[in-house]
Design a protein around this ligand. Structure first.
Ligand code: MRU
Length: 332
């Protein structure tokens, strides 16, 4: 739960027939909750990153399917529309398929979507418990992007072990890389850590190697999609952290629920990487910074080969990359 004012919030939730979500584009400057009643609005919120982070996108899409059912929309069209908003996060596809099956069985739409979201929260709680065992008192941990409560409904994936270790009394320090171009690390991860008073510092993305040499005990990141062979996609900049960590002998963990694992994708080269608008790179705070006439490339994710991964922290335990094929049966 994230505290704001006198209330605690999850990233997305349902109130009656309305889907509520924190507008993550506005944080940390403004904390605003928006209300959605149509699946098409949920689609737009996923595309424009009002809601973002693989598990949170999945939960929003599950609620989007519930809204479609409640409004009498064509469910097949709604499912396709929701899936087409962002290509990389596997949870989006997984959640929509979960809802299609639940609705076919005649489950009440809002109840089925809430069941999905609650299961994700429980999985993240377990990721926290399993991952916290890897963290020692005094550890310095590096993370990237935002894989916290905002990205997952609650707890987080990469941030869950950090939360559990901190709440359990371990002293920690977190290096938060800012995560150009949309700054999810600086704007969202630092916001979450600050709210819980977990010691941290924001660093620029290019400073990872510098701080690893000074002393980082482990790296924990989230994932948007994990392939069968353990290659995975996560926010752009993850790959170079993984290579640096291996070079320096620093354990590199990927925290993700099994819903992020794509058992139909053999290896990372088959993962579709989203390209976003070049203006995210060329502009800052609505102002163009780049010289006129220059263009930019803006892949939102990169792919890290399995050989750089020490382990996947999941709800069923910490897995070696070569154990992934054995866990298909563990899906919700
Ligand atoms: O583009 P975003 O902000 O949706 O990207 C988010 C990430 O890359 C996260 O690390 C990933 O989704 C894991 S979230 C628990």
């Amino acid at each position: 739960m994230m505290e704001h004012g006198t209330r605690e919030y999850q990233a997305v939730w349902m109130e009656g027939s309305k889907l509520m979500m924190i507008d993550q584009r506005l944080l940390p400057e403004r904390f605003e909750v928006i209300e959605l009643t149509r699946a098409s609005e949920v689609g737009s919120a996923i595309k424009d990153m009002t809601v973002r982070g693989a598990p949170a996108i999945g939960a929003a899409a599950a609620y989007g399917m519930a809204l479609a059912a409640l409004q009498g929309d064509d469910l097949r069209e709604s499912a396709e529309m929701l899936k087409s908003q962002r290509p990389t996060a596997h949870d989006l596809f997984y959640a929509v398929d979960f809802m299609v099956e639940a609705l076919k069985r005649g489950e009440e739409p809002a109840k089925a979507a809430s069941r999905y979201a609650n299961q994700i929260v429980e999985k993240c709680r377990l990721i926290g418990m399993n991952g916290a065992l890897l963290i020692k008192d005094g550890d310095r941990i590096m993370t990237h992007c935002n894989a916290g409560a905002l990205a997952t409904v609650d707890y987080g994936t990469a941030l869950a072990p950090i939360r559990v270790a901190w709440r359990g009394g371990k002293k920690l320090f977190v290096y938060v890389s800012e995560t150009r171009p949309r700054l999810q690390g600086m704007r969202l991860t630092a916001y979450e850590l600050r709210n819980e008073e977990i010691p941290h510092a924001i660093i620029v993305d290019g400073a990872s190697g510098h701080f690893m040499r000074k002393g980082v005990d482990l790296v924990i990141v989230g994932a948007d999609r994990v392939a069968l062979n353990g290659d995975f996609a996560n926010k752009i900049g993850t790959f170079e952290k993984a290579v640096l960590a291996k070079e320096m002998g620093i354990p590199f963990y990927v925290a993700a629920p099994i819903s992020t694992f794509d058992f139909n994708t053999e290896s990372g080269k088959d993962i579709v990487i989203e390209d976003r608008d070049e203006d995210e790179v060329l502009m800052m705070d609505g102002k163009r910074i780049a010289p006129a006439g220059c263009s930019a490339l803006n892949p939102s994710f990169d792919m890290t080969p399995a050989k750089y991964v020490t382990g996947f922290i999941t709800e069923i335990g910490v897995l070696d990359p070569d154990q992934i094929t054995r866990v298909k049966g563990a899906r919700i």
